[in-house]
Design a protein around this ligand. Structure first.
Ligand SMILES: Nc1ncnc2c1ncn2[C@@H]1O[C@H](COP(=O)(O)OP(=O)(O)OP(=O)(O)O)[C@@H](O)[C@H]1O
Length: 534
């Protein structure tokens, strides 16, 4: 089972120690049964001796199963912890375009659902190991009582395992389908939170969304799960049934075939009844293990798909590379979408930027301005052509370092509540000063780098994003329609005061804008028309 492989990869030494202590626990359990059976058929003189043996065995069983359990609990939780960090690291090192193609729903579903399924399942693994050890110990004891009975039991166990395995593979197939529905379900959940206003305002849209989208996906996920869990329930009951048949055969059938000592017979029955509990507990654990195995496959697919595209990120890239010129040479980028006949292509484009320039990037909706901005900032890797910094080609090896040139506010910016990654002594004082410049000092305070609130109007939030960009103090600033949410008064401040101030500090500023009133302020204007330089 790949879940065990997952733990072995974490630390096979711990697994080996846990398996060893677990088998001691299992062997002791078998000896406990043997001593109970002996006590039942012994005379009074040896009972005292048996009692002490029993107490000793009980203590060893308890201690060894505790050691095995503790080791496996720590190991499994450590493995889940590392898996979370590993996946998050992979996502962060994956090129933006590939993440966009995968879709946020798939990534979120894996980070929450799949990791949770694995986390729940690995919790049961210690108990599973101890149960297996007990079953094994009891089988050895059975063998010592009678090899014929052991053989019959093994045949029954083989039939039970075979049929349970067959049903399990069927259930797992259905669980996989249910898991695929889960990706779609996450998309709907995002629609609920992101589109709440649109859904509240139009009752027909809401009804249609609920009945035709969410309900359909949730129902098919439910149906796949119900069928698979029913199959697992059948597997579990079938296992129980085989066990009762086995017990019946031994108690009623065996004495008919051969003369059998009552104490030996009670030994079989006692052992088999004792085995029943671990077998049932294993059968109960199986559904969770199947779900975890599906989750691991999902993570593997996603992990591989992320890892295959992972960028080469140096440990400590140059915080601020030297900048004399950035050149785009014959750059092009295409968005490929399967259902569409004509894909959008940006380029080929040739451009050069120098320190201290104020450049406006203009053009109609969908002309490729944001795409070009992402290429310039090193977020999209150009399909053809190259970017060079001071004459040196940007490759996978230096792209991370190149990106450190830029401070950006994209139109879909994200605002962190804490100002992260800026290590200056007077951070609060500087931030307070920028808050004053951006006329936010009455709305937001800053203490120890934490903003008192980010629950503001869109225009105010954009000003806070600008504040973060200021604090980053990079050489190139890139604003994607920053002013579109500002009132005319502050728009004027942005174009006529803030941009010239930045420029006077030697910064290069790239401004995507539809504000043609201010185009004349630019040193250079780049106009795009359906992906081509106009
Ligand atoms: N993530 C994406 N996946 C597929 N196609 C995309 C994606 N982002 C943009 N496009 C397509 O690329 C084209 C250019 O988009 P882009 O966002 O660069 O235009 P824009 O000039 O910034 O537009 P606007 O002024 O409306 O912001 C559009 O036709 C759009 O449909």
């Amino acid at each position: 089972m790949n879940l065990i492989g997952f733990l072995l990869r974490e630390s096979w030494v711990t697994v080996a120690i846990a398996a060893f202590t677990g088998s001691i626990s299992g062997a002791c359990s078998a000896f406990l049964i043997a001593s109970i059976n002996n006590a039942l058929s012994s005379n009074n003189t040896s009972t005292n001796q048996l009692l002490w043996g029993f107490v000793g065995l009980a203590i060893v069983t308890l201690v060894s199963s505790l050691i095995s359990g503790f080791l496996l609990v720590s190991l499994s939780q450590e493995a889940v912890y590392k898996l979370r960090l590993h996946l998050s690291g992979l996502i962060l090192s994956c090129p933006l375009r590939h993440l966009e193609e995968l879709g946020a729903n798939r990534i979120l579903a894996t980070l929450t659902e799949d990791i949770q399924a694995i986390s729940t399942a690995v919790f049961t693994i210690p108990f599973l190991c101890i149960d297996i050890a007990i079953i094994f110990g009891c089988l050895v004891y059975l063998g010592s009582l009678s090899w014929v009975v052991l053989l019959i039991t093994l045949v029954f166990l083989a039939v039970a395992i075979g049929s349970v395995q067959f049903l399990l593979s069927k259930a797992e197939r259905l669980l996989k389908l249910a898991r695929d529905e889960q990706d779609r379900l996450f998309k709907h959940f995002r629609a609920i939170t992101d589109g709440i206003k649109e859904l509240k305002l139009n009752v027909r849209r809401r009804e249609a969304f609920l009945t035709e989208e969410l309900q359909v996906t949730a129902a098919s996920s439910r149906d796949y799960r119900v069928t698979s869990l029913r199959i697992l329930a059948i597997a579990s009951s079938f296992g129980d049934l085989l066990f009762f048949i086995l017990l019946g055969l031994l108690v009623f059938g065996l004495p008919q075939l051969t003369t059998i000592n009552t104490s030996v017979l009670s030994g079989y029955v006692l052992t088999l009844t004792f085995i029943m509990r671990p077998i049932q507990s294993i059968l109960q654990i199986l559904p969770g293990l199947s779900q975890a195995s599906v989750a691991l496959q999902k993570i593997d697919t996603l992990g591989l798909s992320l890892a295959s595209r992972s960028e080469n990120i140096p440990n400590q890239p140059d915080p601020q590379p030297f900048f004399k010129s950035v050149e785009l040479i014959q750059i092009s980028h295409t968005y490929r979408r399967e259902q569409e006949e004509s894909n959008f292509t940006l380029g080929p484009i040739n451009l050069t930027f120098h320190p201290g320039e104020l450049v406006f990037i203009v053009g109609g909706n969908g002309s490729g301005k944001s795409t070009l901005a992402k290429i310039i900032a090193g977020l999209y890797i150009p399909e053809s052509g190259e970017i060079s910094l001071n004459g040196e080609k940007i490759t996978d090896n230096n792209r991370e370092s190149y990106r450190q040139l830029f401070a950006t506010v994209f139109s879909d910016f994200y605002l962190f509540e804490r100002i992260l990654g800026i290590n200056i002594n007077n951070l609060d004082t500087q931030a307070q000063e920028y808050l004053r410049q951006l006329q936010l000092e009455h709305k937001v305070q800053i203490k120890d780098g934490v903003l008192s609130t980010t629950d503001l109007s869109q225009g105010q939030r954009k000003r806070l994003a600008l504040l973060t960009a200021y604090l980053e103090d990079r050489l190139i600033y890139l604003f994607d329609e920053w002013a579109s949410d500002q009132d005319p008064f502050f728009r004027e401040i942005f174009y006529k005061q803030l941009l010239p101030e930045l420029q006077s500090k030697g910064k290069t500023i790239l401004v995507i804008s539809h504000d043609d009133r201010y185009f004349h302020l630019a040193d250079k204007t780049i106009k795009l028309d359906y992906g081509k330089l106009a």
